[in-house]
Design a protein around this ligand. Sequence first.
Ligand code: DAH
Length: 341
Amino acid sequence: MAHVPAEDQLEHIAAAIDEIATADVQRLEQLRTSLLGRKAGALTHVLRSIPALDAEQRRTVGRRANELKHAIESAITARERTLAAAVGTGPAVDRTMPGRRRWRGARHPITQVVDEICGIFRELGFSRIMGPEAETEEYNFTKLNIPLDHPAADMQDTFYLKPGVVLRTHTSPVQARTMERYAPPIRVVVPGLAYRRDPFDPSHAPVFDQIEGLVVDEGVSFVDFKAAIDFFAKRFFSADTAVRFRPSYFPFTEPSAEVDAQCQNCRGTGCSTCKQTGWMEIMGAGMVHPAVFEACGIDSERYTGYAFGMGPARIAMVRYGIPDIRMFFDNDMRFLDQFLE
Ligand code: DAH
């Protein structure tokens, strides 16, 4: 370096001061050594060369070199303080390390569908209520006009908790509890779990969601029911989704119907999802049977009503094209991630 004039060396050193303010621990040590180091420090070198300079240079170079020395020392001290504060007293923290991914929670897709369905019925004036999952045979069967020796009671392959007490096989017993507890007019939807001794397969699960609906008032007719379900299907699926009502049988309704919505996959032309029919079944329903009214203390001469029961998992499968109900139970994040809200 001897051939470089001392003034130029000082300018070079001054240029390095800025870097001190952003240096990490390692780099700060390097800068300290390369500037102030006893053996090879650039500033040390200049200071040592001063005695050999002529009188005029000795003064200017000496003053400037001392200024820089103080500036460097105070910059290093300041940077050390900042780094120490960031690190604390613990081990060094690598602040450049990428953040860890955190899982963000969301409602299960079936819960989302249940909430959405109840929200649509809310617009029609339905309240959302709940009932017990452990239920007596009386409410699960008898009050719904299903005698215990009736095939309908067998039809529902039942989990018994103890004699007379079952895991409810449907949400319909909440109809009876509601009619006993509240006077008409009644408009409720009842989401909840139901249990049947079915093995898991692509379209069955031993525990599944249902939503029960019940309307009781003077002058309620099947037309009111059709209007409500048509509104629901158009709101939930799409404005051009048609529904149809097929005659059916349930002990607790007369007449009874099964309701189909146009297949969301082929829009009614027929595909493998709808077994070429163009329709997907979405619920069982009917006009409340007078025997059920009587069992629940409601005057069947004065009041009429309709009831329906649907499976939100089934409806979610129709809507999203999900081929296997078991996907709702696997909790595979690759599946659930598609339903983040
Ligand atoms: N409880 C029936 C089932 O689980 C579904 C059902 C059918 C509910 C007709 C109703 C109804 O309220 O009116 O299969």
